[in-house]
Ligand binder design. Structure first.
Ligand code: ZN
Length: 154
């Protein structure tokens, strides 16, 4: 039953991806690719005072990679960059057998847990999260290099 539910959630996100598209004024962005499966995900984040205020994604690939990207876009809005990095670590832990992260906007995340049983697809599920980490770290590095100067005014 649970497996059926997980499949439904993943297919729903795949067919009707949330927050799909580009953010032309994104403060952070990154692209991740999984050549094994042909998955391709680009994330766009709007960041205001250390908090992610909007997230969008584009790309193509298998249902798991695209659903994961859609689930991610719902999960990160309203979180600080540190919380987002913590969430990436928690999702990586979940895919290795750890607990499912719980909290606001995380209901659909549990669906990715079902992918654990298919080791070849774990990369697909993690692609968007690894891409998020890259976008956040790159953004933070840029901020450290330009203290007090936002990319918009630089
Ligand atoms: Zn894939």
């Amino acid at each position: 039953m649970l497996e059926e539910l997980y499949r439904e959630i993943i297919l729903d996100h795949y067919r009707s991806p949330r927050n799909r598209g580009e953010l032309s004024d994104a403060d952070a962005r990154a692209r991740g690719r999984n050549p094994v499966c042909g998955d391709d995900v680009t994330l766009y984040l709007k960041v205001c005072e250390g908090t992610i205020t909007a997230a969008r994604s584009t790309g193509n690939g298998c249902a798991i990679s695209q659903a994961s990207s859609s689930i991610l876009s719902q999960a990160v809005v309203g979180r600080s960059l540190e919380e987002a990095l913590g969430l990436v670590a928690a999702v990586e832990g979940m895919m290795r057998g750890g607990p499912v992260p719980e909290g606001p906007q995380l209901d659909d995340l549990a669906a990715l847990e079902g992918v654990r049983k298919f080791p070849a697809r774990i990369k697909c599920a993690l692609l968007a999260w690894e891409t998020l980490k890259e976008a956040v770290l790159e953004y933070q590095q840029r901020q450290e290099g330009n203290p007090g100067v936002s990319p918009a005014s630089a």
